[in-house]
Design a binder for this molecule. Structure first.
Ligand code: AHR
Length: 480
């Protein structure tokens, strides 16, 4: 039996934990989101309507852009105005990026999604002045050269930039720096990330790769007072090897469990990076943003290896849900995460094929968790059945329980004692599939989809869930 143990100290689950990442990579932006105003694919101001409608339904709170590795080669001036400057996307397939999608188009995307901005600036190959000018271009309401340029390009009022990342993976593709070198550069660059008018920027320093604790320690020691958040990147590779990562479909049971085991390592990473951050920032002022996470498999056969296009199965949905539960448990420090990536790249929400689009199982996992956005987490006590995980939160007079059974062959029963009796069942939904690698295709786009969940019993303050193997369930009940 599991007992809910509400605590006045329990943190709010920031909705930004459900953030997204959209890089100029493969068909993530071009085709996946941006088709241009002349496209036969239905669009609003160049952004495909089907994708926007689907993403609005999962309440995307924030979108990180333009990279990734791409960010440290991105020169924003080429992506504004009527004459765009094409560039080679050296990291991702060596293709030419026409820069048709730039700053103005990004803010149009945010406007249509009703999401916040998280822009990643170029430290690896960009000058301090270039970063400073970009901030001025976007956020200054004045008559300066940059503000006037923005107006000439059709945008009178400045935009709001809520989050700004100073470099990406500066230990690798973003410049191959040592922690100390980056910490010093971070101090310099962030100085020019200015707050104009009432715009307030949350400054995000580049954080560690997975278990590189030295990076966190050094960057926090040298620069914590100049940052509002530190990032962390951790990808789930079934084999743990970059050469042969493992297949997205057609995997065996051992691969499933190994993928889950590697996913759950996120908990250890957040605990240990969090402890290091506590040493330098005991008040937890600085957030820990996992601004890249998700599964990374071998690319689909016949696709450009640089485009990172992969199928998405019930396993991915379970990986997403387990990560959400871990993030909830660390919500006192983890205030944003960004799954990689939103469309057509890595663990995507949506896949497109020309004018066709489908929602992946991962999309449905996000849809099952929207009631946890900005809810207060409710700690639980007790021992869960094998291969299960549970998260509980409270918002607007209702409790939301989301449970995962990642076992492949056994159903599991979870009995939860809530702090009060449930008077009304508001939601009871499940995502499950007969096959571990069940997935959606353009021919059968709803093979894996949310359905009603009826194996829930409520009696007063007791809620009992009977979870089939390979399942994710969300039940929401209003307190009597
Ligand atoms: O998400 C794909 C890539 O993974 C990003 O560009 C980079 O930051 C990371 O290595």
């Amino acid at each position: 039996m599991i007992t809910a143990a509400p605590s006045p100290l329990a943190p709010v689950i920031d909705r930004r934990i459900y953030g997204q990442f959209a890089e100029h990579l493969g068909r993530g932006i071009y085709e996946g989101l941006w088709v241009g105003t002349d496209s036969p694919i239905p669009n609003r101001n160049g952004l495909r309507t089907d994708a926007i409608d689907a993403l609005r339904a999962i309440k995307v709170p924030v979108v990180r852009w333009p990279g990734g590795c791409f960010a440290d080669e991105y020169h924003w001036l080429k992506g504004v105005g009527h004459q765009r400057g094409a560039m080679v996307n050296t990291h991702w397939g060596g293709v030419v990026d026409p820069n048709e999608f730039g700053t103005h188009e990004y803010f149009e995307l945010l406007n249509q999604l009703d999401a916040e901005a998280y822009i990643n600036g170029n430290v690896g190959s960009g000058a301090v002045a270039e970063m400073q000018d970009w901030i001025e271009y976007m956020t200054l309401d004045s008559h300066t050269e940059m503000a006037e340029l923005r107006k000439r390009h059709g945008r009178e009022q400045p935009w709001k930039v809520q989050f700004f990342g100073v470099g990406n993976e500066s230990w690798g593709c973003g410049g191959n720096m040592t922690s100390l070198h980056y910490a010093n550069l971070y101090r310099q660059y962030q100085t020019y990330v200015r707050n104009y008018g009432d715009n307030r920027i949350t400054k995000v320093a580049c954080g560690a790769n997975a278990d590189d604790y030295e990076w966190t320690d050094v960057v926090m020691a040298r620069a914590a007072e100049h940052m509002d958040a530190l990032s962390l990147h951790y990808y789930t590779l079934p084999t743990g090897e970059w050469d042969v990562k493992g297949a997205a479909i057609g995997f065996g049971d051992a691969d499933w469990y190994e993928t889950i085991r590697r996913t759950l390592m996120m908990d250890t990473l957040l605990t240990r990076h969090g402890q290091l951050m506590d040493r330098h920032d005991p008040a937890k002022r600085v957030g820990l943003y996992v601004d890249e996470w998700g599964t990374w498999y071998d690319v689909e056969q016949g696709t450009n290896p640089g485009f990172l296009y992969q199928q998405n199965t019930m396993r991915d949905a379970v990986v997403a849900a387990l990560n959400f539960n871990v993030f909830h448990r660390h919500a006192d420090r983890v205030r944003m995460t960004n799954i990689a990536q939103m469309v057509n790249v890595l663990q995507a929400m949506l896949l497109t094929d020309g004018e066709r689009m489908l929602k992946t199982p991962t999309y449905h996992a996000f849809a099952l968790y929207t009631d946890h956005h900005d809810a207060t987490s409710v700690p639980v006590r007790g021992v869960l059945p094998a291969h299960t995980d549970l998260t509980l939160s409270h918002r607007d007079g209702a409790y939301t329980a989301s449970a995962v059974n990642y076992g492949l062959d056994r159903q599991a029963e979870i009995e939860i004692v809530l702090p009060g009796a449930i008077g009304e069942l508001l939601r009871s939904d499940i995502l499950t599939a007969e096959q571990a690698d069940a997935h959606n295709t353009f021919e059968a786009p709803d093979a894996v989809a949310i359905t009603g969940f009826d194996a829930v019993r409520i009696a007063g303050d007791r809620m009992t869930l009977t979870l089939p193997p390979r399942s994710i369930v969300t039940v929401r009940g209003r307190v009597a």
